[in-house]
Write a protein that binds this ligand. Structure first.
Ligand SMILES: *[C@@H]1O[C@H](CO)[C@@H](O)[C@H](O)[C@H]1NC(C)=O
Ligand SMILES: *[C@@H]1O[C@H](CO)[C@@H](O)[C@H](O)[C@H]1NC(C)=O
Ligand SMILES: *[C@@H]1O[C@H](CO)[C@@H](O)[C@H](O)[C@H]1NC(C)=O
Ligand SMILES: *[C@@H]1O[C@H](CO)[C@@H](O)[C@H](O)[C@H]1NC(C)=O
Ligand SMILES: *[C@@H]1O[C@H](CO)[C@@H](O)[C@H](O)[C@H]1NC(C)=O
Ligand SMILES: *[C@@H]1O[C@H](CO)[C@@H](O)[C@H](O)[C@H]1NC(C)=O
Ligand SMILES: *[C@@H]1O[C@H](CO)[C@@H](O)[C@H](O)[C@H]1NC(C)=O
Length: 829
């Protein structure tokens, strides 16, 4: 029943199966069908392409593994493994016929199907083209025959619902996607092109890749599917060239089925014609042509400097010796071996004795290109070797378990093996511990090769790194110093749409472009970005401000009117100068203390006034320098009290003038007595009021130093906060009141007869004084920072100078320049 079913399905799947005998001409020289069969207790099927010659090494690896297992007393003792190798020639139809042959057994063409070997077949090893593998996986899956692929990375095969009996000794393409993305990240390539084969694999991988790339914020500059025929699909090819023209896209991922290599190659070969600059091609494992003679005729130049992923090469102990023992005599069943021998050694094995081309038995390889055949195990040899060992170990497990359970061991069913393959943990002869993961995939490592085209046009792959993945962590190791980039680049090329934004700038997405295309915009004032490619700028904390390059927040500069800056120095000098001036006026007054002009209107008041004006000049010094608790308290209080003394002495002087006028008649004694009493009272009274106000102010809430961060951007202004505003305005208000009263009184007294026009000068000085302070108010309110203090200092200077200038300078003038007016006689006149 079973056999009939097999025959029927095969016939249905391939209607022209009868014609297969005529289609077997894969190689022009050979007319026989190429099966390589060796009998055994159990048979392992192999679908291995033997030509070109490097692939023949794969076949030998298969044979080597089987003979090693047969000789191994600890692995499958008492059981001889046989094999049945068919050659699919990378061709789907041929693959199906090969498969039928393997299923059917050695001698039987399909119509006379004979079931003998079906029971012996325990598994199949296959590879080369993912399309063929997919086809086979569907068939073998139907019969539940374990199939182990040594080369196919197609992720769809990891689907255990569709392909429950498919395994592979290579990782799947998702793993390769991960590796590619890591590679791009390593070189900070954020803008890349994708060239994929125009088939199911290309379509699926494009989706997968785009998803992975987007996750890592890598943009796809262009995505093009390459048709299988270069010449017949010109428009598609032109599209590809258009995409490749972008000058900043230097990294392009090539991905696709092996069958597309020729088209890709033609495409790359013609880049020059289209003025397209060199690129770094990132090549997937499917395309490893670096030691594959199948493509020896290609001109490798366009691939120079590419980075290619490849399955890691591993050693097979004893394989080299095995290779040296191989000859047509030791493998009589292999119908191709003589042909291979002819290719390798240019000699005929079975020739007449006198034939000059007869092999001597110990030939050395003539063609240096074929040296790799002996020296280097090809990418797939180890993979095949591992696959055979996996099957053998699974079989061994199955036998051991059957013996343990005392079951009948004679009748093996291939499907039973799946259970053991899924849970298999085994060690290959080179000491590697391996197992299939839950999807039937194996190995979590890929090597990264740098392809160098030598001047003699040979392609050489240099291992520059590897990608490993274990559990959830992956690691990419690359030795950049080993990489030789394409000649157009003299250093590691970049691949980006926009250059990275340096710190201090932020990215601004360009409208209508992929996410990797952006402009760099410098951060707004007071904000920083401290890493490259920042998305946003941060604003600094209140007490900090962005540095010059907007890369760091630094403490804000603290500013105040200091003795160090020009304004501070000039104000200090002015203060010193004017207090010296005041001193000299005072000295002149003391020197001429007995002259009428000094004695007029209360000499003591004049001294007090001079002293307080001097204090006013000196109190400016309290306003310069870093404010602290003491200076803040002293500033306003000293200023208020000295000005109170000034203004009250002026008021007292004016009052003296009025009293003097009104009291002329009763006699000079009363006048003098009254005058000095009243003036002292005024002085003390005003002084006490201001002291009380100040004491109250200090008692309630004294001024304190204050760091102002609001008024000026980017700096901190140290100021004195008044503490109690009420106190401040009371003190100022009292001064204003005093000034106003002095002015009014002086104004009314201005026309009183007075020898030295004292009242007029006082009126004038108060006029200047009041105008200075009235103009001070808008100036004070409109300035910020350290200039607030400067404005106040100017007002103090100007008003004090007005007092000094209007009241004392004219007197000094008379004393020094017109001494004749300063005599008792002149006064009496
Ligand atoms: C292998 O065969 C020998 C001899 O027939 C027998 O003694 C031995 O037990 C067998 N071993 C196994 C594992 O079947
Ligand atoms: C292969 O190995 C032999 C000796 O082991 C050596 O002389 C020869 O150069 C090697 N060839 C290559 C291509 O590595
Ligand atoms: C080509 O050149 C490289 C180095 O330049 C050399 O190693 C290689 O053997 C040469 N191959 C052939 C076939 O001449
Ligand atoms: C990278 O390769 C260079 C040149 O072969 C070597 O000197 C260096 O040690 C390598 N670095 C690493 C980290 O392997
Ligand atoms: C390949 O690239 C390497 C390094 O850039 C350079 O030395 C070599 O000449 C290139 N080969 C060809 C054939 O252009
Ligand atoms: C950048 O600034 C942020 C916030 O100020 C800080 O947490 C981070 O450590 C800074 N990074 C670097 C590289 O300076
Ligand atoms: C700001 O950038 C300029 C130019 O890049 C550099 O010379 C300077 O040292 C930088 N200044 C700071 C404070 O980092």
């Amino acid at each position: 029943m079973y056999c009939i079913f097999v025959v029927l399905t095969v016939l249905l799947l391939l209607p022209n199966v009868a014609a297969r005998q005529s289609k077997v001409g894969c190689y022009f020289k050979l007319k026989k069908s190429f099966h390589y069969y060796k009998d055994g207790d159990l048979i392992i099927g192999g679908m291995i392409t033997r030509i070109p010659i490097l692939n023949y090494q794969s076949l030998l690896a298969f044979v080597f593994a089987i003979s090693e297992i047969n000789r191994n007393p600890h692995l499958l003792p008492n059981i001889t493994l046989g094999f049945h190798i068919a050659d699919p020639c990378s061709d789907e139809e041929r693959a199906v016929t090969g498969m039928i042959d393997i299923l059917a057994g050695r001698e039987s063409p399909v119509p006379n199907f004979h079931c003998g070997s079906l029971q012996k077949l325990v598994g199949v090893v296959d590879g080369i083209s993912s399309k063929v593998t997919l086809l086979l996986a569907k068939m073998f899956g139907m019969y539940k025959i374990p199939q182990i692929s040594y080369s196919t990375l197609d992720p769809i095969l990891s689907d255990k619902v569709q392909f429950p009996t498919f395994y592979r000794t290579v990782p799947n393409d998702n793993f390769q996607c991960m590796a590619i993305v890591e590679l791009l990240k390593h070189f900070s390539w954020t803008f890349v092109g994708l060239l994929l084969s125009e088939d199911d694999l290309g379509l699926m991988m494009s989706k997968k890749l785009i998803m992975e790339l987007e996750e890592q914020q890598i943009c796809v500059a262009f995505l093009q599917f390459i048709p299988i025929h270069y010449d017949t699909e010109k428009t598609k090819i032109h599209d590809v060239f258009r995409g490749l023209r972008s000058n900043t896209v230097n990294a392009v991922i090539l991905y696709g089925d092996r069958k597309y290599i020729l088209t890709f190659h033609l495409l790359l070969y013609n880049l020059d014609q289209y003025d397209i600059l060199q690129k770094v091609w990132i090549i997937s494992t499917q395309w490893d042509i670096s030691n594959d003679l199948e493509y020896f005729f290609l001109n490798f130049k366009p691939f120079n400097g590419s980075l290619a992923f490849t399955l890691p090469k591993r050693t097979m102990p004893g394989f080299k010796d095995f290779l040296h023992e191989v000859n047509p005599d030791s493998h009589p069943n292999d119908i191709l071996i003589e042909y291979i021998w002819f290719m390798l050694f240019e000699c005929k094995w079975h020739a007449k004795r006198d034939d000059p081309e007869i092999c001597m038995g110990k030939e050395t390889i003539q063609n240096p290109e074929y040296e790799v055949f002996y020296n280097d195990t090809s990418m797939y040899s180890n993979s095949i070797y591992t696959a055979v060992y996996a099957l053998a170990h699974a079989l061994h497990m199955m036998y051991s378990e059957k013996i343990k359970k005392n079951q009948h061991v004679g009748n093996i069913k291939a499907w039973e093996l799946n259970h053991f393959l899924k849970n298999l943990q085994f060690t290959t002869p080179n000491g590697e511990k391996l197992h299939f993961d839950e999807n039937g995939d194996m190995y979590s490592k890929l090597d990264i090769m740098n392809w160098i085209v030598n001047p003699n046009d040979t392609l050489e792959g240099i291992r520059v790194g590897s990608f490993k993945h274990q559990g959830s962590s992956s690691s990419l190791i690359i030795n950049e110093s080993l990489i030789r980039w394409p000649t157009a680049f003299n250093q590691t090329p970049g691949s980006y749409c926009s250059e990275t934004c340096t710190p201090g700038y932020r990215r601004a997405q360009r409208k209508g472009f992929p996410a990797c295309c952006y402009d760099c915009i410098s951060c707004p004032q007071g904000e920083i970005s401290n890493r490259t490619d920042a998305e946003i700028c941060f604003s600094c904390p209140d007490t900090e401000w962005a540095n010059e390059n907007q890369t760091k927040c630094t403490y804000k500069a603290i500013i105040y009117l200091s003795y160090g800056d020009a304004l501070g120095i000039s104000l200090t000098l002015l203060s010193g100068l004017f207090s010296l001036l005041t001193c000299s006026v005072m000295m002149i007054f003391i020197k001429h203390r007995n002259t009428p002009i000094v004695k007029a209107n209360n000499r003591d008041l004049s001294y007090i006034l001079l002293l307080s004006i001097k204090m006013c000049f000196l109190c400016i010094l309290l306003f310069i320098g870093h404010p602290d608790h003491v200076t803040c308290i002293l500033r306003q209080t000293v200023f208020a009290i000295t000005f109170t003394i000034c203004l009250s002495s002026i008021l007292a002087k004016t009052v003296t003038v009025i009293i003097a006028f009104n009291a002329t008649k009763p006699g000079s004694r009363i006048r003098n007595w009254m005058g000095s009493r009243v003036s002292i009272s005024i002085l003390v009274f005003c002084f006490l009021i201001q002291v009380t106000i100040c004491a109250g102010w200090l008692g309630i809430s004294p001024p304190f130093p204050y760091y102002n961060i609001e008024d000026e951007v980017g700096v901190i202004v140290v100021q004195c906060n008044e503490g109690s505003t009420f106190g401040f305005y009371s003190a100022l208000g009292f001064l204003g009141l005093l000034a106003l009263v002095s002015f009014i009184v002086a104004f009314f007294a201005r026309n009183l007869p007075d020898v030295f026009n004292e009242a007029k000068f006082i009126t004038f000085s108060m006029l200047v004084f009041c105008s200075v302070w009235i103009s001070f108010i808008p100036a004070y309110l409109s300035t910020k920072g350290k200039y607030v203090v400067a404005v106040e200092i100017f007002a103090i200077l100007a008003s004090s100078l007005a007092l000094l200038g209007c009241i004392f300078i004219p007197k000094c003038f008379i004393i020094l320049v017109q001494p004749e007016c300063n005599t008792v006689a002149f006064v009496k006149k």
